[in-house]
Ligand binder design. Structure first.
Ligand SMILES: [Zn+2]
Length: 54
């Protein structure tokens, strides 16, 4: 089972592993939230994650 983040912008970011989730979230931040680049740590990202039941 993977994890997901329901971003405040409405997009759902998913990853099968913590590494994939962090990579996907970082990519999303770079594309849609450039003001947050460099401010979100791996721990911040994982703290926002929840189990992806889908
Ligand atoms: Zn977003």
């Amino acid at each position: 089972m993977g994890k997901r983040i329901n971003c405040e912008c409405g997009q759902v970011v998913r990853g099968e592993t913590d590494d994939e989730l962090v990579a996907a979230a970082s990519e999303h931040v770079q594309q849609d939230h450039p003001e947050l680049v460099g401010k979100l740590t791996r721990d911040d990202i994982l703290a926002m994650a929840e189990e992806d039941e889908g």
